[in-house]
Ligand binder design. Structure first.
Ligand SMILES: [Zn+2]
Length: 110
């Protein structure tokens, strides 16, 4: 990667992270206000419940990706000690490693 491309990527990352912080702050205020309203006695209907569940699901997706959890969890490759996403097929060298490991286990099971 040349210097300009690296600087462009760094700036783009910095900008996206800043925008993400702004969005999270806005969303945090919104969610807190909704909870405060319920605590104060406001009633929710099933539309509110569905929206809250959809928000939680979207945030879970984001945090799973950020922290390599859920479908983004990584598993250790038994052959080389590397790792790959548990929910996806092993790729590259790990695919061969996993095929070898599965064949070895099948032979051992005989
Ligand atoms: Zn491997």
């Amino acid at each position: 990667m040349n210097q300009t491309t690296s600087q462009d990527a760094t700036q783009a990352t910095f900008d996206s992270l800043g925008a993400s912080l702004d969005l999270m702050a806005r969303l945090t205020r919104h969610i807190a206000a909704q909870r405060d309203g319920l605590r104060a006695g406001a009633r929710a209907d099933w539309g509110h419940a569905g929206s809250a569940a959809a928000t939680m699901k979207a945030l879970r997706e984001i945090t799973d990706q950020a922290f390599s959890e859920g479908e983004y969890a990584h598993v250790a490759c038994l052959a080389c000690g590397g790792s790959y996403a548990a929910a996806s097929d092993a790729t590259g060298d790990h695919a061969a490693h996993r095929a070898y490991e599965q064949a070895r286990l099948a032979i051992e099971a005989r």
